[in-house]
Design a protein. Sequence first.
Length: 57
Amino acid sequence: MDRLWAELAEFVADVFASVPRRNHCQWGECCLRGPMLDGRRKSIQPVAERLPAGISL
């Protein structure tokens, strides 16, 4: 699983490399990563609750 998250991080870095604002890159990663986390509900509040500490929406 760690390898998949590392591959996703690399993909996100490539996709958002041309985005000038760093916080937009962070939100882009949240938008891609959030729905892949465990849990039934994929709406914004439940996804935000499952994100790692230090990341808030």
